[in-house]
Design a protein around this ligand. Structure first.
Ligand code: FAD
Ligand code: SF4
Length: 468
């Protein structure tokens, strides 16, 4: 079985000395209070550079210096109005955007002693505060048209699309197969990053604006797609990407190996009261290995820690500098006790009837692949076995085109992504003129903020197409 490697010591709290109740971290993030004083002092730091790189790096091009100035003046209502002109879910983006790669990474102050203005925290503060004070989007001037559009998927792309349509007098009806809105915001991203109440509040706001939700309804199963074409003027697809990427190594089917999303969803379903406690995939008292280097892997790491796992190790086949996940998430995971093994590629999950360990080989980075990322090359003779009880596979997702796309002339590319170009007469229109699409199913797995951007821009395309 190769060299037996000692399970790396994770010194969060010694399981021998501390009971699980002490080690378990609550599923609620203990947010540092971010009040008007903190928001104001961050806002005051903005230099209002003549060339606001932060705005350009933000995928929805938020008017960042402008709303920072309003916060600095204590004008939260106007800041919320302005923030909603470019973003449909600002309080969500403020919480989950990888700001270090986007707005804050472009802040002129990022290299100074105090770092970038904490733009995400201020964005979250603006909407949270305005909503708590009773502010709601004002649609009193909107003139209703006789048009209606169906939207498949209540994730960020679908919600972004619904937001723009309803603000332009077009009735959006949003269908989702899940019992709650949000897509991966609700069923993927854990509660310690995005509290479940945030999307419940958003649902009330959208309904107040005139968006209609039909949940627990799968298009193609409960309702045929043809019915949407018959009953609506256009259709927007925001269905995400849900096909798991497999490792294709022996042992992947052993009991004790889990895919990332079912693991995270089982936890969320219990939190939302949709499943009994017995259905939770629980890592309490277990030695856990998470495979992958993206944000999904970090969410699995941090969830396992919160469940009271004895040890959590994250193994990734490239080095830290070349991992796809946010640096902030790695830092958070590390602080919570996750141990990282860089340059390790899994080659087999070993065990007799259940997981007992994972065989890893050390890698070095070779020539760049077709996307410019250096390929990990296994170093012969470096195989080792890491004993563990559970393995969580977080290699990401591939597009999962519906089998009815062909029947309705909705084209996909060689990777299975729906073809819906931004640069066309009607942005995000598919090969079926009455069908538009956006978000992960068009870009491949990406970010909340890019899905919102595409949903909003697809709505503009739909409005032009309908002449609304
Ligand atoms: P989704 O959010 O996947 O929504 C698609 C919706 O369509 C779902 O609700 C689904 O039920 C519905 N649907 C699909 N087919 C049908 C059908 N036939 N009928 C009815 N409904 C249907 N991004 C970040 O920016 N920051 C993060 O911290 C972050 N963390 C992540 C953590 C995890 C674990 C995962 C998996 C992803 C994370 N992402 C993060 C990525 C982000 O969540 C996605 O890029 C984003 O949610 C994509 O939005 P979407 O609207 O395209 O699709
Ligand atoms: Fe930054 Fe994201 Fe907000 Fe844009 S939407 S300002 S990238 S946190």
């Amino acid at each position: 079985m190769g060299n037996i490697m000692q399970f790396m010591d994770v010194p969060r709290q010694d399981p021998e000395k501390h009971p699980v109740e002490e080690r378990r971290i609550e599923f609620r993030e203990i947010y540092k209070p971010f009040d008007q004083q903190s928001a104001g002092s961050q806002a005051d730091r903005c230099l209002a550079c003549g060339n606001p790189y932060c705005e350009w790096k933000c995928p929805v091009h938020n008017y960042i210096p402008n709303w920072l100035k309003l916060v600095s003046e204590g004008n939260i209502t106007e800041a919320a109005e302005l923030s909603h002109k470019t973003n449909s879910l600002p309080e969500v983006c403020g919480r989950v955007c990888p700001q270090d790669r986007l707005c804050e990474g472009a802040c002129t102050l990022q290299d100074c002693d105090f770092g970038a203005v904490t733009i995400g925290s201020v964005e979250k503060y603006i909407t949270d505060t305005a909503l708590a004070q009773g502010w709601r989007p004002d649609l009193s001037e909107v003139v209703a048209t006789d048009k209606k559009v169906s939207i498949i998927g209540a994730g960020p792309a679908g919600l972004g699309c619904a937001d723009i349509l309803v603000r332009n007098g077009v009735k959006p009806v949003v269908f989702d197969k899940y019992a709650e809105i949000g897509g991966l915001l609700t069923f993927g991203i854990p509660a310690f990053k995005l509290e479940k109440q945030v999307m419940k509040t958003r649902q009330e706001i959208f309904e107040g604006m005139g968006v209609e939700f039909r949940l627990n309804t799968e298009i193609g199963k409960d309702i045929p797609f043809q019915q949407l074409l018959d009953e609506y003027d256009a259709v927007f697809l925001g269905m995400g990407t849900y096909a798991y990427m497999k490792g294709c190594f022996p042992g992947e089917d052993l009991p004790g190996v889990y895919e990332a999303l079912p693991y995270l969803i089982s936890n969320t379903n219990v939190l939302l009261g949709l499943s009994p406690e017995a259905d939770r995939i629980d890592m309490e008292h277990k030695r856990v290995v998470v495979l992958g280097g993206g944000d999904t892997a970090m969410d699995c790491n941090r969830t396992a820690i919160r469940q009271g796992a004895d040890k959590v190790i994250c193994a990734y086949r490239r080095d830290e500098a070349n991992m796809p996940g946010s640096k902030r998430e790695v830092k958070n995971a590390r602080e919570e006790g996750v141990k990282f093994l860089w340059n390790r590629q899994p080659i087999e999950i070993v065990g007799d009837g259940k997981v007992e360990g994972i065989k890893l080989v050390t890698t070095e980075l070779g020539e760049p692949d077709e996307r410019g990322r250096r390929r990990p090359q296994p170093i012969p003779g470096t195989e080792e076995i890491l004993p563990c009880d559970h393995v969580i596979i977080a290699f990401g997702f591939q597009p999962s085109p519906a089998d009815w796309f062909t029947e309705f002339d909705i084209s996909t590319d060689e990777r299975g992504r729906v073809v819906a170009p931004e640069a066309s007469s009607f942005p995000f229109q598919t090969s079926n003129p009455r069908v538009f699409a956006g978000g992960d199913m068009v870009r491949g797995s990406d970010l909340v903020v890019t899905a919102i951007f595409e949903g909003r821009n697809a709505a503009e395309g739909i409005l032009d197409y309908l002449g609304a």
